[in-house]
Structure formats: C-alpha cells, structure tokens
Design a binder for this molecule. Structure first.
Ligand SMILES: [Mn+2]
Length: 632
C-alpha cells in the first residue's frame, strides 16, 4: 500500500500557513484529471444533456424547453469556520466555504480531501464477517472445492465478478462465474443459479452486489450443501441470510467506518483482505482499481471518504494503464485513456457494459473485463458495442413514442404524474426511457410494457418525492414492486393498468408539493468573476473526482454583461463571453439555452449560474463557464 513516490505529501511545519501544495505554485497548471474536452462534451451534450439527480441519471431529451428551474442557493456555512479555514490554508473564502459544506473544517481534513492516499483505505478486517469469509475461501482452496463467483448483471455486479474472479483465478483454477439472466431469472440470487451450482459440484458461492435479502434462497442452498459468502452493499431486511459470511457495511452490527462502498467495492475489500492475510502484494489488488472506479461512477454511490480514494486512484489507472477490456471499450468509444473523467466513465463505459445484460447476456461484459488477450477483448468489445447501438435505437424510438403519447393527450399533459404503456416496448430500456421522460415532464414517471403475460414497469421520481411510498398506496393493484425513493420496478396484471394509472395520479397529485414539481439548480456560492484566478481554478480542480455528495461546485454571479457577440452553436446552444464591471471576459457555453439569445444584448445585465471548467480546443486551454441557468 505504498504511496507512489511522486505523490508524497509535503507537510507544512507547524506554524507555517497553508498546505504546501496549495501555495507552492501559482502557475496555471490544472490537474490532469479535470480536463474536459469540448469535443467530448459536444458529443454527449448535442443529443442529451445529462444531469445527475439523487440516485438517477435523468436526461434532458433533445432540447429542454422548460428552463424555469428553481435556483436554490446553499445556506451560508459557519462564517467563523470558513474564515479560520481560509486563513489556515491560504485560500479564497469561497473555496473554504465549499470545504466546510463538505464537512471539512480543519487542516487535517483538507489534507485528506486534497491528497487521496492509498493508505487512507480502511483495514478490510474491520468489516463484520471478513475473517469468516477469508477462512472459508482458504479452506475451499486448500481442499480443492469448486468456487462459483455470482453477481448481478449491471455494471456494479459485472465489475465485481470480474474483480473477484480475476484475482482468485490467478491463484486457484477450480473456479467459474455466473450471472443470472435479467429476464428469465431476475435480480438477486436465483434458484436456477443455485441448481446450476449443485449440478456442477460447486460447494461455495461468493455472491456480489446482491444476496442480502435472499434469505430463502440461501436456506435452499444450505439444504444442498452449498455455502454462501455474501458481498452486498444494499440495505438488509429484518433478517440476514444464513450464509457463512455476510459482508455488508449497512448491517446494523457492522462497524466498518465507511458505509457507502459499491458492490464491486465490497469485492475489492474481500480480495484486499485475502491478499493481506496471504502475503500477496497490494499491487496485485490495486490492478483492479479501474473496475472499482467504474462501479463507483456507474452505481451512483457517494464519491466521499473511501470511495473517493478508490475513484481517484481508479481514474488514474483508467488513464494510465487500464485492463485490456476497459482499454478496448475506451478505444471503441473513440477515446484514448489520458484525461478521462468520472463523467466519461459514466457515459462511455457504463452504458456499453450495461447494454450486454439489457439486450443480450451480461456474461459478455464479464468476458470482456477479464480478458487477457487483445483479440478476445476486441471481439467482445465490438459485440457489446453493437448491443449498445441496439439499446440506443430502442431507447430513442420508445422515448419518441412515449413523448408523442403524452404530447397528444391533453389530459395526460395536465397531470402530476406520467404513466405510459405499450406492450411492444423493450423491457431492457424502459428504465432509461422513464428517466428521459422525467426530465422532459419533470414529475414522477412510470413506463410499462408487457412481459411474460404480465405488465412490468420501471418508475423514476423527482427530487424529494418518495416514489416507493406512493407505490405502497397502490399495492393492491400490483403483483410485486420494489426499489427506493427515486427508482422502482413493478409488475401488475394487464387488466389493472387503467386503474393503476388513476390511483397513481391520485396519490401523486395529493401528496407532491408544488416545489417538488420544479427542477432545481443547487448553487454552492456567489462568486465575483474577478475571483476566478488561476490559483482558484487550480484548487477547485482538486475537488474532483466529482459525484454524488461531491458534485462539481455551481456558482452564481450577478449583473454580468455579454462581451462582444453571443452566438448559436448547433441548434440550441449559446457560445459567448461575459464580464462583470471591471473584470476580464470569460468564455461561456450554455447548452440548450438557445431561446435566451434575443435577450443577450450589450449593456443588459443578467445573472448566471455555472460550473467552471477547462476548455481544450486545438491545444489551447482556457477557463470556460458552463452555464446552467440565466436570469434577466
Ligand atoms: Mn450495486
């Protein structure tokens, strides 16, 4: 677990102001992980403007007409604390307020935040049952038992299986992996999977990213003499399954210091523990950090604490030496490793891995991720890419059809919820379509299709509205439902669809607040444009990697003016420069704000909210404001 030599910290001696790395250079030299190429942004944003809301990726499909978003400025952080931290670190008070709002209030906390270190990874044996899990695996290997690595079909599950399977199969050959079929077997531990294990002589199953609620299935496996080690990060139910080991930091009796690991993250801790106990170098574990980072980015877990350390080094691995499978996927997506960010991982890698399970079989994703041969990886990668293209086709067609359905129905348009049904829609993409519809008509949304004689649906919510609670109110009309506040799945009988539409609308319209129906832009702080200096930008970049609970900061600047001419890029985006009185002009891009163009006149003041990015265009690097909203 040695820190790389070049990254060692220069700690300032007590009495010195600030952290050396923050003050030693005022040169404009942004960190490599924070580069955002405008070409990349265009590729993504021309079609879809993606915004992250709670646990969902919700897309702005085509041009987002409704720009009436609520600007929510965060409450001021404790002023004394902000000033104290600003002095201690010798940084702008706006930056120290961002830190305070992230729960960082002293020098040590700032050092931990700005300088992720592999030594910050927690001892895996702090996790309840880790000892039992490792002993069981050691026994299995010692006596030559067959081990089955079992995982979910999404990005988190497949990266977890790839990590654990690859690591152990390097020391032990009597292993296989198993991914349940999304449609035939569904989520979690399946009877079919256990039967497969029994028929093929497996006596130990390591389950990843699922299993915490599979009490009955584990009982069944026990009757067949099959032991389970469960590595899950979902909330446990009232009873834990009777497995040999249940690794899940969300267990009430687990004292592991960080609770937000991904499913793959738990798998990573498992191999870290095994390596530690068996004298295997940490490098053999660290080579899977790229997969851990992909799972963290795509499973939308918090990018705080240990996850941020894993994501930081994982991103470094992705950019400097990813595994063959990941490298192949990046190339197929038309990129080269080097300056990819978390959002690149989310938009380029995630959908491709997911497409395997949505359209075909998630095993192909695992085969790609564990590939040791470039040709095998290339073939698998191209195949998965084709599945992703098919997925996109379904996704766009169904979204178009659903939008038509809503737009042509005056009653439906006026409702507080969206429920649409078409028996021919592909079940693998209805969740994505629900997210897109939620963005267009910002309200709780359910997309339904026919499946195995039943009607199956995928539901998405808006910030603050508890979808799961709303479905509880409809449960007499449902066969099954499950999920959480922001996303859920459900099945019902075809004859109940109409009654369900009415009931769901009734529940939503009587419980949702007017505020919840307006999309909000969370603003971190007010900024004078003159504060955006190279040093400010350089430190701001070190807040990355960004993700839930550590989003890229959004600022508000009031009374800015257009400098020169504002122009349209593509059909809906504005490119311009803005200035405040007495400041230099800053380049801006405003995706999907084309309708504001007529109002952008010299001498007319307006307010903007934006994030600050680096624009690289023909080798030239400039600071660019990415405008999220304008107010006149
Ligand atoms: Mn997961």
């Amino acid at each position: 677990m040695n820190n790389e030599p070049g990254r060692s910290l220069k700690l300032s001696v007590s009495g010195l102001k600030g952290i050396n790395f923050l003050v030693e250079s005022t040169e404009y030299e942004p960190s490599p992980n924070a580069k955002i190429s405008i070409a990349a942004m265009y590729q993504i944003l021309n079609v879809t403007l993606a915004v992250l809301i709670a646990k969902n990726y919700i897309y702005c499909y085509k041009s987002c007409k409704d720009m009436n978003k609520r600007w929510a400025v965060r409450d001021n952080a404790d002023e004394d604390l902000v000033r104290k931290l600003s002095a201690e670190l010798n940084i702008d008070t706006v930056l120290s307020s961002l830190l305070v709002n992230r729960g960082i209030s002293d020098y040590e906390g700032a050092r931990y935040f700005f300088r992720p270190d592999q030594r910050h990874l927690h001892d895996p044996f702090l996790m309840k049952d880790m000892e039992e899990a490792i002993v069981r695996i050691e026994t299995a290997i010692a006596v030559g038992e067959k081990i089955l690595v079992y995982g979910d079909y999404d990005v988190d599950g497949t990266t977890a299986v790839a990590t654990v399977y690859s690591f152990f199969s390097k020391q032990y050959k009597n292993m296989e992996y198993y991914i349940p079929d999304r449609y035939k077997e569904g989520y979690g531990i399946s009877t079919q999977g256990i039967d497969y294990a029994a028929q093929h002589g497996f006596s130990l199953i390591i389950a990843l990213d699922c299993g915490i609620k599979s009490v009955d299935k584990i009982d069944y496996a026990n009757t067949l003499g099959i032991d389970f080690i469960i590595c899950d990060h979902h909330l446990p139910g009232a009873h834990l399954p009777a497995a040999v080991a249940v690794l899940d930091p969300k267990r009430a009796d687990c004292e592991y210091p960080y609770k937000e690991l991904s499913g793959c993250g738990i798998g990573f801790k498992l191999i870290q523990a095994y390596a530690e106990k068996n004298g295997i170098q940490f490098e053999a574990v660290a080579q899977y950090l790229d997969l851990a980072c992909i799972s963290i980015s795509c499973d939308i877990v918090h990018i705080t604490g240990e996850n941020r350390v894993l994501a930081h080094f994982g991103l470094q691995k992705i950019n400097t030496g990813p595994c063959i499978g990941v490298k192949t996927l990046i190339e197929i997506a038309g990129k080269t490793p080097g300056c990819l960010t978390i959002s690149d991982v989310v938009f380029l890698i995630g959908p491709r891995i997911n497409a395997a399970g949505r359209i075909d079989d998630a095993k192909h994703a695992v085969e790609l991720l564990i590939a040791c041969d470039e040709n095998v990886a290339r073939a698998k990668g191209l195949m998965i890419n084709t599945r992703n293209t098919e997925r996109k086709g379904h996704d766009l067609t169904i979204t178009d059809q659903a939008l038509d359905m809503i737009d042509s129905d005056e009653v439906l348009i006026g409702k507080k919820s969206t429920v649409v049904f078409n028996k021919d829609w592909h079940k693998g993409v209805i969740g994505i379509v629900a997210s897109r519809l939620t963005e267009k008509y910002y309200r709780p949304t359910i997309v339904l299709t026919q499946s195995n004689g039943h009607v199956a649906g995928s539901a998405r919510s808006v910030l603050g509205f508890d979808l799961y609670e709303a479905l509880c109110e409809c449960k007499d009309l449902l066969i099954q439902f499950g999920g959480h506040k922001y996303a859920a799945g459900l099945t019902m009988l075809p004859e109940n669809v109409e009654a369900f539409k009415d009931r769901f609308e009734e529940v939503v319209s009587t419980t949702i607040s007017a505020e919840q129906l307006i999309q909000q832009i969370q603003i971190d702080a007010e900024l004078r444009l003159s504060q955006i200096e190279p040093k400010f930008f350089r430190i701001l970049n070190q807040f990355a990697p960004f993700g839930p609970e550590n989003m890229a900061p959004v600022f508000i600047s009031k009374n800015v003016y257009v400098s020169g001419n504002a122009g349209l890029v593509g059909q809906a985006h504005i490119k311009m420069a803005v200035m405040q009185e007495g400041t230099a002009a800053f380049d801006c891009i405003a995706f999907n704000h084309g309708e504001y163009l007529p109002q952008l006149k010299p001498g007319v003041p307006f307010d903007i909210c934006y994030s600050i990015e680096e624009n690289i265009w023909r080798e030239r690097r400039t600071i660019q404001l990415n405008i999220k909203g304008m107010r006149f």
